[in-house]
Design a protein around this ligand. Structure first.
Ligand code: C5P
Length: 237
């Protein structure tokens, strides 16, 4: 499958049309951004690592009954996937308090939450991705029906129920992550975007070491080494 016109360039990926109107290609970039694009850098190999990690995780989720946009990994930096209408809601799933939850509500960093928290953020860079409740999402027309919001929450919890024990067995705590969803050509809600250390937080179970984009956000260094370790643990049986 060949890349055709550039459809869209995001912070971490470029999206290309293909000869099939239902399929598009994502090119995973080495660029890194944080704090709504205020902090920028790039790390050689990051795009390929995220493509490989996302490929493995989409396959795992598909095997466990989650519908995703994934079709196949084409090469190191390219993934073929279904074309969808992206729902402009970032679905955030949290098992352990850190990041904006700690900043916004004062919950101590590292607190194990009494139950898994699912939140919605409005995917809108100009507004700084503000928090949404269900009524906001319906008023903005981000989805049509309450049922669709319930489905996003349900799917996000299912993804967590699959990924959390999977990573724990590999010595990583899945602290929190962000998912995106879209509607395919038949109107089904499916999981889209990527699942990688750019949008998940992983803490080593033994050492507590951060193995995700917080290494960049917090200036800790060693980002590609950490992402490679995440991939190696996924590939290890
Ligand atoms: O920053 P915050 O604590 O809200 O992030 C929660 C989770 O969502 C983290 O895993 C982070 O990587 C992810 N996230 C993301 N993209 C955003 C906001 C958060 O991938 N725009």
């Amino acid at each position: 499958m060949q890349k055709r016109e550039l459809l869209y360039e995001g912070k971490a990926k470029r999206l290309y049309l293909t000869d099939n109107k239902d399929l598009v290609i994502s090119e995973f970039k080495d660029d890194l951004t944080a704090f709504n694009g205020e902090k920028k850098s790039s790390e050689v190999g990051k795009g390929a690592l995220n493509n490989k990690i996302s490929t493995e995780l989409f396959k795992l989720l598909e095997e466990n009954g989650i519908q995703t946009h994934f079709v196949e990994m084409l090469d190191d930096n390219h993934m073929l996937h279904k074309k969808v209408d992206v729902i402009l809601i970032e679905v955030i799933v949290r098992n352990i308090a850190t990041g904006s939850l700690t900043r916004n509500l004062g919950i101590e960093d590292g607190t194990l939450l009494p139950f898994t928290l699912v939140e919605f953020d409005y995917k809108n860079d100009d507004l700084g991705d503000p928090k949404l409740n269900d009524q906001h999402a319906l008023i903005l027309g981000l989805v049509e029906y309450q049922d669709e919001l319930d489905k996003l929450r349900r799917m996000a919890r299912q993804v967590n129920d699959i990924l959390r024990p999977y990573f724990f067995e590999k010595g990583l705590n899945l602290v929190d992550f962000k998912l995106e969803f879209g509607k395919d050509s038949s109107g089904n809600i499916i999981l889209v975007d990527e699942i990688s250390p750019d949008n998940c937080r992983f803490w080593d179970v033994e050492s507590g070491e951060k193995m995700d984009k917080d290494r960049f956000r917090q200036g800790l260094g060693g980002l590609a080494v950490a992402y490679e370790q995440v991939l190696n643990r996924i590939l290890s049986k």
